[in-house]
Design a protein around this ligand. Structure first.
Ligand code: WTA
Length: 695
């Protein structure tokens, strides 16, 4: 329930950030069920929190924000100066960009001419500054009681050993390395080792299937694949090496063979003698890496040299290799981490994301380490052995910043408060949310129950493409509204546009775009700059188009409303409906498939698939299962459809385009909101679909 204390009553709202308009009509701030109109529910950081915050008032934010917009070069240069650069960037080229396709190719660059290394800045620099004995990473295994830790000096040694090994087998600057590992410390170590020698890492989430892994291998042609033999997720062992083996066979069929598969022996789960092995290709990590020196020279790279590729979903079946570069990404992830979580050197920071996603790149590995933070890496799942695991971990490590996803909040909320209140959680100071819009009731539960009504929630809106936070509360700066990502980060200019690409001001809703670049922006899609321009810069001339819908309320707060393209967000995992469709139609008995997102109590969105079978094939439970299995093997278990809806025909326009709008309404059971169906080639299919909804 709501705890209305610890809230400050405000007299004057004139201090709110620019673009915030004026907040009027709010005479008191009340938290809790009594307030029907959730949007006007303002929640203030305590005076004590604000007093020691990095940004402690709307006024201070406003000044910094305005400077960042008026003088981006000056603003970001000052911040970048705090890092180590082997060679300083060219002061006249802090930022150069063209986001307007009509004026030539789209390009973005930051700190041109500068030479640096993100691994050096994240690890060596902290050791050299005297923090060598500080814990860089705590590790909590799948089983309670299984744990480990590394100081910054130890981390440096591990990174150097692996970097030396990689060099010894010929991996060098610009070479791709695929990392397919669970949340062992070896995963961030591997990312850092690649960065140290200028190799380009591409982490593939270890929940992806062999087919998906193969697709990525064929696309980026890595010199080497890094994996481990097996891992346990909850009670279940997963043989990762078998998946990699299958992927390597598959990629060979598609014309690319990987020379080395460096395999970490995860001894507590599986012994090496039980692991399938291909002599000549497979190498045990423990046999080779530890023989290498613990010092390794840094490869100084250009600020615009690629740092990593991360494949993400778009509106076609082929995943996109989002490319980030070194200098701007470094400055941006470090700065966003620091301000959004109001980072203090004494903090113990835990982000529940996996390094297989962008959140794990920017806010498990790079952002926190660049700040010299102590980061907790968790291998397990939040409900194993029971739903209290997260709070057990919070108490064990005295976690002060806890960053997670709404889907986890909702699932733990369903398990009941007792799992939370059984633990003290008194170390918690700041909470964070990412991945999808957080619904106000989950926000409140997170705030009141988990955070004991004292921890601000940083609801960070951003994307794989943006590298770091784009909109987020700064915890000590201004009041929050449950479910709103509030205001832009420094240097970010969000605009809401209508269908024609016209900016709309004031209270409104429309398509969310960004004007001007920011240091953490992605620079291209690997091997497909055309797709980069077409997807992101052509829809609304002169802007980066995010793919998200957004509304702005009368107080200037931003409310993300979800994707407006064919991408869905399932448990915070981004999935292209086209990818699921292509997996379904690869089933020999499936003629056609159309996939839409449907509201799901825990996952945020669930996957709802309309499937047309090959003529004469009867629908059966067995077939339903085998269709779902097909998606699991082609993409991964996290993309398995929640519902299969038999569709003798799909609603199509006369030109053959599937009208997903109608399918979304049928899936949501909003049958009175189907709208105009007269333009369909055969309007009769709609009734047919509705009649079959329960098959
Ligand atoms: C959604 C994850 C609302 C959004 C970092 C975006 C959010 C997509 C939020 C990117 C948030 C992420 N509020 N929506 N706080 N955070 N999203 O690339 O639809 O996996 O476009 O990056 O997630 O997903 P991605």
């Amino acid at each position: 329930g709501g705890t209305p204390d610890k809230l400050r009553h405000v007299e004057s709202m004139s201090e709110l950030p620019s673009g915030a308009g004026t907040i009027s009509g709010i005479s008191a701030v009340v938290l809790g069920e009594s307030l029907a109109d959730e949007e006007h529910d303002l929640i203030f950081p305590s005076a004590e929190f604000s007093a020691s915050a990095l940004v402690s008032s709307p006024k201070q934010y406003k000044e910094m924000y305005e400077r960042s917009i008026k003088d981006p070069a000056g603003f970001w240069s000052e911040i970048a100066d705090a890092f180590y650069w082997k060679e300083k960037w060219n002061p006249s080229e802090v930022c150069s960009e063209n986001l307007d396709v009509s004026k030539g190719p789209v390009h973005i660059s930051w700190f041109k001419g500068g030479k640096t290394n993100i691994c050096y800045n994240a690890v060596d620099r902290n050791v050299e500054a005297g923090s060598g004995d500080k814990i860089a990473m705590y590790w909590e295994g799948n089983e309670p009681g299984q744990d480990g830790k590394l100081t910054y000096s130890e981390l440096l040694e591990k990174v150097c050993q692996l970097a030396n090994y990689l060099k010894s087998v010929g991996v060098g600057k610009g070479d791709a390395v695929i990392i397919y590992l669970p949340m062992l410390l070896e995963l961030p170590i591997a990312m850092l080792a690649c960065a140290r020698i200028g190799a380009v890492h591409s982490v593939v989430f270890a929940g992806f299937s062999a087919d998906s892994l193969a697709q990525r291998i064929v696309d980026c042609k890595p010199k080497l694949v890094l994996t481990c033999n097996a891992v346990k997720r909850g009670p279940k062992p997963i043989l990762l090496k078998d998946i990699v083996d299958a992927a390597l066979v598959e990629s060979e069929k598609n014309g690319f063979s990987v020379g080395i598969c460096l395999t970490y022996e995860n001894q507590s789960v599986m012994k090496r003698q039980d692991t399938k092995w291909q002599v000549g290709r497979d190498v045990w990590w423990q046999d080779v890496v530890t023989n290498f020196p613990t010092k390794c020279d840094v490869e100084w790279v250009d600020a615009e040299d690629p740092l990593f590729l991360l494949y993400t979903s778009g509106s076609t079946g082929k995943p996109k290799g989002v490319m980030h570069t070194s200098g701007g990404y470094m400055v941006y992830t470090a700065t966003t981490f620091k301000y959004a979580f109001d980072y203090k050197p004494t903090d113990i920071y835990w982000c529940t994301a996996d390094c297989g996603w962008i959140t794990g790149h920017s806010y498990v590995t790079y952002g926190p380490l660049l700040n010299g933070a102590a980061v907790l890496v968790f291998e397990g799942t939040p409900n194993y052995p029971d739903a209290g695991r997260c709070w057990d971990i919070v108490d064990k490590y005295k976690v002060s910043i806890f960053y997670t996803a709404p889907t986890l909040v909702r699932s733990l909320m369903r398990d009941g408060d007792e799992y939370v209140t059984r633990y003290s959680r008194k170390s918690l100071r700041v909470l964070g949310s990412v991945g999808e819009p957080i619904n106000p009731s989950a926000w409140r539960w997170f705030y009141n129950v988990v955070g004991d009504s004292k921890c601000p929630i940083s609801d960070t809106w951003w994307q794989t493409e943006t590298g770091g936070f784009m909109m987020t509360p700064l915890p000590g700066a201004w009041p929050q509204k449950p479910g709103s990502a509030t205001f832009p980060f420094f240097g970010v200019q969000p605009v809401i546009v209508d269908e024609k690409g016209q900016e709309i001001e004031g209270e409104c809703s429309g398509y969310l775009c960004i004007k001007k670049s920011w240091p953490g922006a992605f620079r291209t899609l690997y091997g497909d700059h055309d797709r980069y321009e077409t997807t992101y810069f052509k829809p609304f001339a002169g802007y980066y188009f995010t793919g998200d819908g957004c509304s702005r309320d009368k107080d200037g707060y931003h409310w993300l409303t979800g994707r407006v393209d064919d991408v869905i967000n399932v448990s915070g995992h981004r999935i292209g409906t086209a990818e699921v469709e292509s997996a379904l139609v690869s089933h020999p008995q499936c003629a056609e498939a159309a996939v839409v997102g449907v509201e799901h109590e825990v996952k945020g969105q669930g996957i709802y698939a309309f499937v047309t079978l090959v003529d004469g094939v009867p629908y059966s439970e067995e077939l339903r299962k085998s269709l779902i299995a097909k998606v699991r093997t082609q993409i991964g278990a996290f993309a398995a459809p929640d519902r299969i809806h038999w569709a003798p025909g799909l609603p199509k326009t006369r030109s053959g385009k599937i009208m997903r709008r109608i399918l979304r309404k049928i899936a949501a059971k909003q049958l009175d909101e189907l709208g105009d169906i007269s333009t369909l080639a055969d309007p009769g299919v709609v009734d047919q679909l509705i009649a079959l909804k329960d098959c």
